[in-house]
Design a protein around this ligand. Structure first.
Ligand SMILES: *Cc1c(COP(=O)(O)O)cnc(C)c1O
Length: 388
C-alpha cells in the first residue's frame, strides 16, 4: 500500500512524526476473500495481540463487515475490550482461561476453550452463580502440537462432562495445526484425522458438537479439507502469507497487506568520507554522503537486529540502508552522495513508496523471524492511523 503522508499526519493527533497506517479496506477485502474461499465454513477473525498490532476494535469491525461471523482472542482481557467497544459477535478464547477469570468470561459473554476438568468445573460454577442462558464451550483436542488441549483419549470424557452440565453447552470440538504452513507435510492430514476420529467417538456417545474447527490461515488457504465448519484466520486477514515460501502463491498473492510503518525525516546532514555513525561507530561511510535521521527506533519495534542484517528504508521511492546501530528512538539512513532528501520527507520502513515495497516478510527474513512478529512488534508508542 502507499503511505499518504498528508491525511496520515493530520489524523495522528499527536506531535509524533511517525505513524503506522492501517488500511481497513484491505482488512475488509481480505476477510471477504477468506470468507468466500472457506464457505460454507464460517470465518473467525483472529484479533488477539491487539489484532497483530493493527488495533482490535477497528479490525474486528472491518472483518465482520467483510464477512467474518466470529472473532477470536488469546486473553479474557482482549475479549472484554471488544465487548466494552460494543462488539456483539461471538468471541472465542483460544486457550482455557484461568479459574479466577471465569466470572468475567460469563459476564462478557465470551466463548471459552476448555480442556481440563478443573477448567470445566470453574466455568460451571461461574455460570451457575450468574444464572442466565447456558454458556457455549469449545473443547480443544491436542492432536500433536502439544501446546494446549486435551489428549484425544481424554477429550471425549471432557466433552461429555461439558455436554452433561445444565449450565454449559458443547458448541464445538477443535484443534490447532503445527505445520499447516508447510503444505507438503503430511502431519496436517494426520492431525485432522485425529480430530475427526475424536468427534466420531463423541457422536457414538450420542453427543454431537455443533461445530468442528481446525484451520488457521495456512489450513484455510492450503488444506481445503481442514475448513470444516469454521476457519480461524489471523495472519491472512492482515494481508500476509503464513510463510514466506507461499507468499507468491495464490490465494496468498491476492491478499492485501494492511499495515505500513512510516515517519518523516527529522534531520539531515552531509557526512564526510571516513566518518562513522551511531552507537559503537560501527558504520563507516566510504564516500561523502547524505545521512537522514528517521524518528523510529527499537522502542517502536524496529529491531536492533536490522542494524547488522541489511535493513532498508524507502525515501523518495528508493531503497537506502539503515546506517549503523538502531537506537531507541531513531535510526540513521545512508541516502547516498547526491541524495535530494530534506527534513519532512516520508521514510517508509514497512509498506510501499513509488514502485518499491518493503514487506513484513522481507523485514522478517533479514532477522530470522516471521511476519507475525514484525507486525505484532510495532509498539504502542507508534500512533495508528486508520484509512477507511
Ligand atoms: C493465533 C491462532 C490462530 C491464527 O493463526 P494464523 O496463522 O495467524 O492464521 C488460529 N488458531 C489458534 C489456536 C491460534 O492461536
Amino acid at each position: 500500500m502507499t503511505v499518504h503522508p498528508g491525511p496520515a499526519r493530520s489524523r495522528v493527533g499527536t506531535h509524533r512524526q511517525a505513524w503506522a497506517e492501517v488500511d481497513l479496506a484491505a482488512i475488509r477485502a481480505n476477510a471477504a476473500l477468506l470468507a468466500e474461499l472457506a464457505a460454507p465454513a464460517q470465518l473467525c477473525a483472529v484479533v488477539k495481540a491487539w489484532a497483530y498490532g493493527h488495533g482490535p476494535v477497528e479490525v474486528a469491525e472491518a472483518a465482520l463487515d467483510g464477512g467474518a461471523t466470529w472473532l477470536a482472542v488469546a486473553l479474557v482481557e482482549e475479549g472484554r475490550h471488544l465487548r466494552d467497544a460494543g462488539i456483539a459477535a461471538p468471541i472465542l478464547l483460544l486457550s482455557e482461561p484461568p479459574a479466577d477469570a471465569m466470572a468475567e468470561v460469563v459476564r462478557s459473554r465470551l466463548t471459552p476453550t476448555l480442556y481440563t476438568p478443573g477448567g470445566i468445573e470453574a466455568l460451571a460454577d461461574a455460570a451457575s452463580a450468574a444464572g442466565g442462558d447456558p454458556i457455549a464451550v469449545h473443547v480443544k483436542v491436542d492432536t500433536g502440537m502439544h501446546r494446549v488441549g486435551a489428549a484425544p483419549a481424554d477429550a471425549v470424557a471432557l466433552a461429555r462432562q461439558v455436554a452433561a452440565h445444565p449450565r454449559l453447552e458443547l458448541d464445538a470440538l477443535w484443534t490447532h495445526f503445527a505445520v499447516a504452513d508447510e503444505p507438503a507435510d503430511a502431519t496436517t492430514g494426520e492431525q485432522l484425522a485425529s480430530l475427526l476420529a475424536t468427534a466420531e467417538r463423541l457422536v457414538g456417545d450420542g453427543i454431537a458438537p455443533r461445530l468442528l474447527h481446525a484451520a488457521n490461515s495456512a489450513g484455510a488457504l492450503f488444506h481445503p479439507a481442514t475448513r470444516l465448519d469454521l476457519v480461524r484466520c489471523g495472519i491472512a486477514l492482515y494481508g500476509l502469507a503464513p510463510a514466506a515460501s507461499v507468499a507468491d502463491r495464490p490465494p496468498c498473492s491476492a491478499l492485501q497487506p494492511a499495515l505500513s510503518l512510516a515517519a518523516q525525516v527529522s534531520h539531515t546532514k552531509t557526512v564526510e568520507a571516513g566518518e562513522r555513525l551511531s552507537y559503537g561507530l560501527r558504520y563507516r561511510v566510504a564516500t561523502r554522503t547524505v545521512v537522514a535521521t528517521v524518528p523510529l527506533g527499537y522502542a517502536d519495534g524496529v529491531t536492533r537486529l536490522l542494524s547488522s542484517t541489511g535493513g532498508q528504508v524507502l525515501i523518495g521511492g528508493r531503497r537506502h540502508p539503515i546506517a549503523g546501530t538502531v537506537t531507541m528512538d531513531q535510526i540513521l539512513v545512508d541516502c547516498g552522495p547526491d541524495a535530494d532528501v530534506a527534513t519532512g520527507d516520508v521514510a517508509v520502513l514497512l509498506g510501499r513508496q513509488g514502485d518499491q515495497e518493503i514487506t513484513a516478510w522481507e523485514w522478517a527474513e533479514r532477522v530470522n523471524s516471521i511476519a507475525y512478529e514484525v507486525v505484532c512488534g510495532v509498539s504502542s508508542r507508534v500512533p495508528r492511523v486508520y484509512r477507511r
